[in-house]
Design a protein around this ligand. Structure first.
Ligand SMILES: [Zn+2]
Length: 511
């Protein structure tokens, strides 16, 4: 279809229409009507009525019109979208309630379904005996007579790195009991640690050595899930085909959550460290927890990254950036950040808006968009230059930018006026990087840190429980922080799980 171009539309103004004969005006009106209908139909396209992917749907309005702009920087819009968010959270997502009865069943194995058990007895590579060393009552050293059989035992599968690759080993752990002279019987026990409780779940998740998956294999499974984005079912298939290790989907799931839960104390330490950083980039992206809209936040500095899944409310920000923080924040224009004084507003967002403006139908808006774009790029370029030369170039650019905003804020074109006022309202934060050359002009670091998780969300549709969200965010925090410090995240997480299963606090990530 030959559609009207921007050029055509720019010519159809009031004076042009007034100059036409009545019949021609009607022709023009009909043409415009057809064009509008085509546009409206395209606007209403979403994943349910076209070939567009579900990711293009509006996160605030699942299953409704495909409004693609998910994050608004504008003052007016932010408050209304926040209301909407709260409503969505309360009554559950519309998509969920409209689904068939099938969605009411709980995740995982259903009551009465066929069980999963080992068909062959494992053949252990080695046996490790565990003896009680001292009497629990009187503290006297204990001798275990050799002839006595262990009172319990279990197999542990563990992943070992060899010179040429990896292999799965199987170890049999034997636990012994001994009777002291005082008459008390002391039993050697597998270690136990933190217990994660979830309301309504039949069995709590407990960190313990009494389990069939070793710390390194559990970390490997968590890596396949979080880093390599494999589903639980695919991981089970992968372990079976390539490593001849048969684990149930439930065990795979438990390993992933255990790895995350073991990292909780590490993340607490990272949040503390974050408060001492000079510059922290902050960003957030939509996330789904059991189909409800949540937000995945990230706070990232040069050597610390902390992820958090929660609502988009201002209070959630305090879980990442506490009142102890006195450094600089680099953020987008989201309102929750506005009250923080030492802040750099991400220029990339404003530049994108200026680009949109420069492609507008209105000629004035086009020119002003180009003007904003030129001054923003000039500022970034001048600050990237070394020495005082670049800084000196900035003051005339700042003066011109301010003039453009002042002119633009009085214009009739709504998007032009909104952008000009947005820059003026947040002026100090927009140009903070000119005064403080350590500040980055954009929030790229935080946006890059979120990108991996955004792709995971598109594949997995988010997490299903609060524990799942917390565990996922904890793993992301540890993996990203290790990356920033050039440490091996998997070695560190395996070590953290091993300590957690003994109830011992993890050591901090090396700097
Ligand atoms: Zn004793």
């Amino acid at each position: 279809m030959d559609h009207l171009t921007k050029d055509d539309l720019a010519q159809i103004d009031r004076s042009y229409l007034q100059s036409l004969e009545k019949e021609t005006v009607i022709d023009v009106a009909c043409k415009l009507r057809d064009f509008s209908i085509a546009l409206v139909e395209r606007l209403e396209q979403n994943s349910s009525n076209s070939s567009k992917p579900p990711s293009s749907d509006n996160p605030y309005d699942k299953g409704n019109k495909g409004k693609s702009d998910s994050k608004d920087d504008d003052d007016a819009k932010s408050s209304s979208t926040e209301d909407k968010e709260n409503r969505t959270t309360e009554k559950g997502s519309p998509a969920e309630s409209s689904q068939s009865d099938d969605s009411n069943r709980s995740a995982g194995r259903q009551p009465g379904s066929q069980g999963f058990w080992r068909s062959e007895t494992p053949v252990p590579d080695s046996t490790i005996p565990h003896y009680p060393s001292v009497c629990m009552i009187c503290g006297k050293a204990l001798d275990v007579p050799e002839a006595i059989p262990p009172y319990m035992g279990y197999y542990v599968y563990e992943l070992e790195k060899t010179a040429s690759g990896i292999r799965i080993s199987c170890t049999l752990h034997h636990y012994y009991a001994a009777v002291c002279d005082c008459g008390h019987e002391t039993k050697a026990q597998p270690g136990e640690g933190y217990i994660s409780h979830v309301e309504g779940r039949k069995k709590d998740l407990k960190l313990t050595e009494y389990t069939m998956v070793g710390p390194m294999l559990a970390t490997f499974i968590a890596a396949l899930s979080v880093r390599f984005r494999m589903s639980r079912v695919k991981i089970k298939e992968f372990l079976s085909y390539w490593l001849s290790t048969e684990l149930s989907v439930g065990t795979v799931d438990k390993c992933i959550r255990e790895a995350g839960v073991a990292c909780y104390p590490v993340v607490e330490g990272l949040v503390q460290e974050l408060q001492e950083e000079k510059i922290v980039n902050l960003d957030e992206t939509p996330w789904y927890e059991k189909g409800c809209l949540k937000w995945l936040w990230v706070a990232i500095s040069r050597r610390v990254a902390v992820f958090y899944i929660g609502t988009r409310k201002k209070e959630e920000l305090l879980k990442l950036i506490t009142s102890a923080f006195i450094g600089w924040l680099v953020t987008d224009g989201y309102l929750a950040y506005r009250s923080y004084e030492k802040r750099q507003r991400c220029l990339a967002h404003l530049i994108r808006k200026a680009i949109a403006l420069s492609g507008a139908v209105d000629e004035k808006a086009q020119k002003m968009g180009d003007w904003f774009l030129r001054e923003f790029r000039g500022l970034i370029q001048a600050m990237a230059e070394d020495g005082e030369g670049g800084k000196r170039k900035c003051s005339p650019i700042l003066a011109r930018l301010k003039r453009a905003c002042n002119l633009g804020s009085e214009e009739k074109h709504s998007k032009l006026r909104a952008l000009a006022r947005e820059i003026l309202n947040d002026w100090d934060a927009v140009v903070a990087f000119v005064k403080n050359s350590e500040l980055p002009p954009t929030n790229n670091d935080a946006e890059r840190a979120l990108r991996h998780a955004v792709i995971s969300r598109l594949i997995s549709f988010g997490t299903r429980t609060t524990e799942g969200s917390m565990a996922y965010a904890a793993l992301l925090s540890v993996i990203e922080t290790c990356r920033l410090r050039n440490q091996d995240p998997w070695q560190y997480i395996a070590q953290t799980i091993a300590l957690g299963r003994k109830g011992v606090a993890p050591s901090p990530i090396a700097a």
